[in-house]
Structure formats: C-alpha cells, structure tokens
Design a protein around this ligand. Structure first.
Ligand SMILES: Cc1cc2nc3c(=O)[nH]c(=O)nc-3n(C[C@H](O)[C@H](O)[C@H](O)COP(=O)(O)OP(=O)(O)OC[C@H]3O[C@@H](n4cnc5c(N)ncnc54)[C@H](O)[C@@H]3O)c2cc1C
Length: 527
C-alpha cells in the first residue's frame, strides 16, 4: 500500500511505538539520548501494563537463585523455551528491579527494608516483587510515566495511531501514524533510523479478554506485513477465571482465590474439576481453562465459589476483585462469581535477538509484541514485565553504545485524544470460537477463510489489515503445529510430539501454507 503523508517528522534516532512498560522503560534507559515515544492512548494508563496485578519475578529473596528462576521458566515453557534466554533474563532481573526502584517504583518491603516477595504458581520460591498486594502494574506505570515526563531527552506523544511501517531500500525507515478523525484526520510519516515496536499483545482480537481494547496485535501485524519473521504465534495464554460480567476488558478473579480453597461449580452447584485433574481447581492453568471452556461450550454456566473458603474476609483480602464484583452487583462473600476463560497473554511475537533486533534491518521490538524465546509454549507467571525490562535495557545499551542517535527535527502536531475501537466482532468471534482454547484443522481452516473474507472486505484499511495479518499468523501457526503443547491444544492431535520445535513464520509463508495446505510444517527444533 503506498501512503502519502500530510506531514513528515525527522526523528534521527529512537522512535518508540507504544507507551506501556516496555516503551517507557526503554526510553528511560536510552536517556540522555533522545527518544520519541508515540502511542495512540494515554501514556501511563494505556496497554496491559497498568493492569498487571501480581508483580515482577526476580530472584531477590533469601535462598533463591537466578538458576532456580531460569529452571522454573524452562519447565513452564513445555519444552520450547530457549534455555540461554531464560538464564540471561533470570540473571539480569535483579538489576532491572533496581532500575525500577531508581525510577520510583514503590515496591512492598519487609521490616528490614528488603524487598518483600510473593510466591506464585509454578515458581519454586517466593520471588514476585509487588506493590500493595495486587497493584504492581499501576504503580510501576505511574513511576515510569512520571520519570519519563521529567526526563528532557524523552518526548511523549499521545493520540497517534500507527498504521504501517515505512520501508525504504529494504530497511525500515519510519512509520506512518494517523491523528485526528473524519475530515480532520491527518497522516504523519515519522522517519527514523530505527523503529522500536512496543505495542503489546493481541488479547482484544478475542471476545473475552483481560487486555484493553488497544491491544489488538497491530504492531505484530505491521511488522509481519513488512516481512518480519514472527515466532510462536500460535501460543496464546488464556486466564481460566476472568469475571464474566459482560465488560471488556474482563476483570480477573485471581488464582490466589483458588489457592485459598475456592471451588469451580456449575449452575447446579456441581464441582467438575475433581474428575478432570488430581489437583482439581489447582491444576495447571491451561487444564483448568480448557475444563471451564468445555463446560461453557456444553451449555453450562461456571462460577467460582468463594463463600466457604474466603467468605467475610473477601473485601479485606482481595480488594481489587471485591470492587469489580460489587460494581457488577455481586457480593462474592455470599454469592458465587460467574467466570469464563479470557485471552490474556501472547507468548509469540516478532522474532528478536538478545538486543531486540528483528529480522528486518531498522526494526526492533520489545515487550509482549516481541518473541525472545523466553516463554516457550506457556509463560511463567510474572515473567512478562520482566522480559520487557531486560530486553528494553539491552536494546537501549546497544543503541547508545553505537551512538547513532541525534535530536528530533520538525514541528510536531498536537493531535486530539484517540479512542481505540474494538476489533470487528466477526473477527473476535472467529478467533474465540475457532482459534481459542481448543483447535482443530477443520476449525482453523474455517477461521482462515473468515479472516481472508474480512481482509478482502477491508483491503483499503491498514488498521484492519494489521489485525487480520496477526490473526492469520496465529491461526496458521496453530494449523502447522500438529500436536498439543502448553497453551496450544488440538482436538485432532491431543498428544505432544517429542520432535516439536518453535515456529518461525513470515506472513508470506503463512499465506503460501494456506493456499497450499500440503506444505510441510514450519516448526523447527531449537538447536
Ligand atoms: C489483567 C492483567 C494482569 C497481568 N498481570 C501481570 C503480572 O502480574 N506480571 C507480569 O509480568 N505480567 C502481567 N500481565 C502481562 C503484562 O502486563 C504485559 O505483558 C505487559 O504489560 C506488556 O507490556 P508492553 O509494554 O509490551 O505492552 P502494553 O502495556 O500493552 O502497551 C502497549 C502500548 O502500545 C500502544 N499501541 C498499540 N498499538 C498501537 C498503534 N497501532 N499505534 C499507536 N500505539 C499503539 C498502546 O496504546 C500502549 O501504549 C498482566 C496482563 C493483564 C492484562
């Protein structure tokens, strides 16, 4: 698609798209070198970052070690983590937490002043640094935003919705972004030596999600449309117990409630988990999510019953969940909470190396939109913010060391506030029904057909094409993976194939695979 910009801004240096934890932290680590951070929605509260609850994993507790953290990460990834990346991330975690403390993150502390750490599922030691129990994301984002606003080398621009990468002479040379609406809409070309995508995940391509509406996989789609290699797109993690009260994003009923003894019941008060897994409600996240999904698909309603396990202590012990329930008119101390699985986190993304470089010259990626090899087929809880910090710092060090950054030039327009619209419902329905917790060749082929129809109907609209490119890669990756592993479950291939490796796929390869279904699988083992 050839686009004509109304305005051209020369950003000689770091151009960061996305103002979540990944974008802002990278900009701060780049300082004193200039960074222009663009986002469609409001920095500090946009994206998934401000919604993170549990906290950030780092082996800062007594008796813990980065080796144990790396081993837990690899175990959670169901055979597809890159062990060298897991070791690198676990080793650098505590230094990144120190950075956050310097930027003002008010982590909870013990009486002796040391960082307080919580334990989460599948971690062999308490190692989650947190803020006021379940408010880590909001507090960290407040600190990062305040620091960024106080840093002269950082320019934060809200209200720009990026639609396409600019590619010149085979390298990424900037991006096109819209601002304004209707007849006042304008297109700006931000030219830059390197573009850093920090655009988050893709949960909002699904009907029920914990992610905000702006998290529609657009950065991944833009990179894929420019030819970048995408890794592991089929791995989408679903949270088993989002509160099903018809609001999007769906609030979470934290796993800690099941840890306290809350049970999953249907509309008749019948528990179904004991028949499915020895650990019942405390089984692995993907097992519990699939069991709930099957109940709902069979026409049941599912509830989290906290009445006996938590009861009157609810408001004090789980204030965030309590507030969400009360807003929906539910008293969780005396009433079961309606729940459903929700698209929560994308393990896949733009394939990057240890310095955040993608397969395209001039394009880097960081945070949830990148795939570094850390998560494999399933993310270990609280490793995602950490991944953003570790690779944001590495990428910034590399760019600063190469010293190629210069100040911005051009007159910046002042856009109006942007309101992200939900992805088309027909796309969200197809993703939820056919590319969700349970997949089959038949369903995935149907999904690909629906995605292509949506794409053809909206071929003039780059925002839609970014979403459909991402959706297509998730479905094509799932079709190519003829096995079940981690978050990916095929009803027609329920076993794990011991020879299964990671997926590396370009959009062109995915499209060839769809056109010629006999093309061999694109998964490959880690060397
Ligand atoms: C409810 C919830 C709880 C979680 N809890 C935890 C936790 O406890 N610990 C943990 O480690 N992880 C947690 N996660 C995951 C974690 O929050 C995310 O993986 C992480 O915040 C992603 O950060 P990011 O900066 O990559 O993306 P985001 O924070 O999602 O930011 C993306 C940015 O890109 C912008 N953007 C996107 N597309 C465009 C476009 N086309 N044009 C312009 N701007 C664009 C958005 O507006 C936003 O500013 C949780 C996630 C959710 C949803």
């Amino acid at each position: 698609m050839s686009l004509h910009a109304d305005n051209i801004i020369e950003t000689k240096g770091a151009l960061i798209l996305g103002a979540g934890a990944a974008g802002l932290f990278t900009a701060l680590k780049l300082s004193p070198y200039p960074a222009l951070v663009l986002a469609d929605t409001h920095p500090g509260i946009s994206g998934s970052s401000a919604r993170a609850q549990g906290g950030i994993a780092a082996s800062v507790g007594e008796g813990d070690s980065w080796q144990a953290h790396a081993a837990d990460t690899v175990a959670a990834g169901a055979g597809l983590c890159d062990p060298a990346i897991a070791a690198l991330v676990a080793r650098e975690a505590s230094a990144r937490i120190e950075d956050l403390v310097r930027f003002g993150a008010p982590f909870d502390r013990r009486k002796d002043g040391s960082l307080a750490v919580n334990r989460e599922a599948a971690h062999s030691a308490p190692r989650i640094v947190h803020v006021s129990g379940d408010s880590a994301g909001a507090a960290v984002m407040r600190a990062l935003t305040d620091s960024a606003l106080a840093t002269p080398s950082i320019t934060l621009l809200e209200g720009f919705h990026a639609i396409e990468l600019a590619v010149e002479d085979g390298r990424v040379a900037g991006l096109f972004a819209r601002y304004g609406a209707g007849e006042f809409a304008r297109l700006v070309l931000f030219r830059a030596q390197e573009v850093i995508l920090a655009t988050g995940g893709l949960g909002a391509l699904y009907t029920v999600t914990t992610n905000p509406v702006e998290t529609r996989g657009e950065g991944l789609g833009m990179a894929a449309r420019a030819g970048a290699v995408i890794a592991d797109p089929e791995f989408v993690q679903f949270h088993p117990t989002a509160i099903a009260i018809g609001v999007s994003p769906a609030p979470l009923a934290t796993e800690a409630l099941r840890g306290q003894g809350a049970t999953l019941i249907d509309e008749n008060g019948r528990r179904f988990m004991p028949a499915i897994h020895a650990a019942a409600e405390l089984g692995p996240r993907d097992v519990v999510a699939r069991a709930i999904h099957r109940q709902i698909a069979a026409g049941h309603k599912v509830f989290l019953d906290c009445r006996d396990a938590v009861g009157a202590k609810f408001a004090g012990a789980f204030p965030t969940v309590y507030a969400a329930c009360r807003e929906a008119g539910i008293d969780p101390a005396t009433q079961p909470i309606p729940v459903a699985p929700a698209a929560h986190y994308h393990m896949g993304g733009i394939a990057t190396d240890t310095l955040g470089r993608s397969s395209l010259e001039g394009l880097r990626a960081v945070g949830e939109c990148a795939a570094t090899g850390l998560h494999g087929a399933n993310r270990l809880a609280s490793n995602s913010l950490l991944e953003a910090l570790v690779f944001g710092a590495r990428l910034a060090d590399d760019m600063r060391a190469r010293g190629t950054l210069r100040a911005s030039r051009g007159t910046l327009p002042t856009p109006e506030r942007f309101r992200a619209l939900p992805a088309p419902q027909v796309l969200r329905d197809a993703m939820s029904r056919l590319v969700g917790l349970e997949r089959s060749a038949e369903g995935l082929n149907e999904a690909l057909r629906i995605i292509s129809q949506i794409e053809r109907a909206g071929a003039h609209e780059p925002t839609l094409l970014n979403m459909t490119a991402t959706a297509k890669l998730v479905a094509a990756g799932a079709l190519a993976r003829r096995e079940s592993r981690g978050s990916h479950f095929r009803t027609d291939y329920p076993q794990t194939d011991p020879s299964g490796g990671r997926t590396f796929l370009t959009l062109a390869q995915a499209e060839r695979m769809i056109a010629e279904p006999t093309t061999t699988t694109t998964t490959r083992s880690l060397a």
